[in-house]
Ligand binder design. Structure first.
Ligand code: GLU
Length: 390
């Protein structure tokens, strides 16, 4: 196992480090020592040719501390106000810490609506790519002030999972205030054992990831494991590690047995399909028959009108829509070529009849395979570089 870990980590060059509020903040607000230690390590590895993007929480916690609030804030506007106070402070601390190494930082604040729009998604990617070329460290957080429930990433574990796709990271290190994932809840049970390696995120694994929320951050272990599912589906290894442990970045990158490593999936999604699967929210459902199900899931085919049984919801051309079996299982998500009304008119028909019914036939497929992400996890064992063929 130690060998497998090393084999994966040795190839890593572009790393997303997610730092949780529980790591960054202590009783006295932002913990400057911890931040400096992490920055020293990141600067050190950057000088050796590694590239880093940081997703950092801590804005709300820092703002709360500045205002002298002790208890968790309840309302959204209060949290947003605290973030507005804390975000600048957070950046100042990072900027000062990196300046000691003559390194420059940049701030990127995002909401999900920035990433569900393909153009804005690509713009974000281009910006990141220039910053990395310039040797600048991008520091990303949710744009808490404008994020409302509907467009919220929800927590920075999720934001980090999406960013790992955008920046095409080779590794996501999720630094938290626990040692990693335990086989039972360390806050409630005696003698929990750390799970060093997860090769498959089974129901069991999801169950042990406590749903108990982190007292400082937003997510707790549950959201870290949900994020692990997304990240590994993109073929990126994911590690949950103790952020307060001195030398942790070095330990992780040298393949030392720390934290919990989630292996990437063997067959994984391309960037665009990952975006469809995990960034976009489905606008409706298309129920499909057994033949279409086999064609999509097992034979890599597109969804044709002949396989459609019925639709649910109002969707427009280009919207993300789920393909669902009649028992309700979601099989895939993709961008539709026909709106819900036209899909209903041509459901069950051969493609040769589309023009007759609609007056024109812009596409043969309801959803083309290139714009479809199938929910068929296949786990990896060794080389994370194969992409799903289309
Ligand atoms: N964006 C929030 C903050 O900076 C953190 C969200 C989280 O902890 O996941 O405080």
């Amino acid at each position: 196992m130690a060998e497998e870990r090393k084999k994966i980590l040795i190839k890593v060059r572009r790393i997303l480090v997610k730092i949780g509020s529980g790591v960054l903040t202590g009783k006295e607000g932002l913990d400057l020592d911890i931040i400096e230690n992490l920055v020293d390590e990141i600067a050190d590895f950057s000088q050796k040719g590694y590239q880093f993007v940081i997703v950092s929480s801590g804005a709300i916690a820092s703002g709360m501390h500045r205002m002298g609030f002790k208890n968790r804030l309840q309302s959204m506007p209060e949290k947003q106000a605290a973030a507005a106070i804390g975000q600048g402070r957070l950046m100042r601390v990072y900027a000062n810490a990196f300046a000691k190494h003559e390194m420059v930082v940049s701030q990127i604040l995002l909401t999900t609506s920035d990433l569900t729009d393909r153009q804005r998604f690509l713009n974000t990617r281009n910006t990141l790519s220039v910053l990395l070329d310039w040797g600048v460290i991008p520091i990303i957080n949710e744009n808490d002030t404008v994020a409302v429930d509907e467009i919220k990433f929800g927590d920075n574990d999720n934001l980090a999972a999406m960013m790992a796709n955008i920046m095409e990271a080779n590794l996501l290190v999720n630094l938290t205030n626990t040692e990693g994932l335990y086989d039972r809840n360390p806050r409630k049970d005696n003698k929990p054992r750390l799970i060093p390696l997860v090769s498959e995120i089974t129901d069991e694994i999801e169950k042990v990831a406590s749903s108990e929320a982190d007292p400082v951050g937003m997510g707790g272990m549950k959201s870290k494991v949900i994020a692990a599912k997304k990240v590994t589906a993109f073929g990126i290894p994911y590690i949950i590690a103790p952020g307060k442990s001195k030398g942790i970045i070095h330990d992780v990158l040298s393949g030392k047995k720390v934290g919990t490593l989630f292996l990437p999936m063997e067959t994984h999604l391309t960037s665009k399909k990952y975006w469809i699967a995990f960034t976009l929210r489905s606008r409706g459902k298309i129920y499909i028959d057994d033949g279409a199900m086999r064609a999509i899931v097992h034979h890599g085919k597109s969804l044709l009108p002949s396989g459609v049984i019925k639709t649910e919801g109002n969707f427009n051309v280009g919207d993300p829509v789920s393909c669902v079996a009649m028992d309700g299982t979601t099989l895939a998500k993709g961008l539709v070529n026909y709106n819900s009304s036209d899909t209903n008119k041509i459901k069950g028909l051969q493609t040769s009849r589309i023009e007759q019914v609609l007056g024109s036939k812009p596409y043969d497929e309801i959803i083309h395979r290139d714009n479809m992400a199938v929910s068929n996890p296949v786990r990896k064992t060794a080389d994370p570089k194969s992409k799903e063929s289309t």
